[in-house]
Ligand binder design. Structure first.
Ligand SMILES: [Zn+2]
Length: 238
């Protein structure tokens, strides 16, 4: 059976040779998602080693956090932006898990995140989740938690309102659009803990800030740190 599966896998690879999701070069079947060259040249931020960094500054313009960092920095035309897009909308969830594991290893080595107790993915509204088939932040959270050796708490917060359009033109509209969209349904799971809130990409930060505000309101003693997989360079050129 195992031999048959290997033959099928080999034939599939022959018919549809896998390519690197970043540069498009053909890759070995065993290298999931990215070629070695792209892995070695990831545009890493190293924000997880700095308490004072652009991700934290951007979030703390609105709400206080313990720590905050992002893993990859991308520009508008960066191939890494395409990779995040494929992971988020194109069914390539495995990419998020794999990069999440790499991110988790870096966070585990940083003294700033040493006392984090659990990882919490930003929830999707159930309708969006049904449509997409998965919550991309959950896969990043799973990868991070595995490398950090801590648990994932994915059912303590619920997204009670869908915010269909984050493409609103006015910045203020985008912020109004996310007000009150999260509710804590199982606050005891997070009470008095240091949580690491995980999101895919930091652009405006409106959704993330709304979620932090909901946690703060229900659990004032909860300590909240943030980890996003990627950050847009737009927040840096403020
Ligand atoms: Zn590549």
């Amino acid at each position: 059976m195992s031999m048959l599966r290997n033959i099928c896998y080999w034939l599939w690879g022959l018919l549809f040779p896998p390519c690197c999701e970043v540069c498009g070069e053909p890759i070995d079947l065993t290298k999931r998602g990215m070629c070695l060259n792209c892995r070695l040249n990831m545009p890493l931020t190293y924000y997880w080693l700095r308490a004072d960094n652009p991700t934290r500054q951007h979030i703390e313009d609105h709400v206080r956090v313990e720590q905050a960092s992002s893993y990859i920095l991308f520009t508008e035309s960066s191939p890494w932006r395409t990779l995040i897009h494929r992971f988020k909308y194109g069914g390539k969830w495995r990419l998020g898990y794999d990069i999440g594991k790499m991110y988790g290893m870096s966070l585990a080595e940083s003294a700033l995140y040493r006392d984090v107790e659990c990882v919490v993915p930003i929830p999707l509204h159930y309708r969006k989740r049904l449509h997409r088939g998965y919550n991309q932040s959950q896969y990043i959270a799973d990868g991070i938690a595995e490398s950090m050796g801590i648990e994932v708490v994915a059912d303590a917060i619920r997204r009670v309102r869908n915010n269909p359009s984050q493409a609103l033109s006015r910045a203020q509209d985008r912020w109004d659009n996310v007000e009150g969209i999260f509710k804590l349904t199982k606050p005891d799971k997070l009470r008095n803990r240091h949580i690491l809130l995980v999101d895919d990409v930091l652009t405006t930060g409106a959704t993330l800030v709304s979620c932090i505000a909901a946690i703060r309101e229900a659990l004032p003693d909860c300590r909240i740190s943030v980890a996003t997989l990627a950050v847009s360079d737009k927040i840096i050129r403020r």
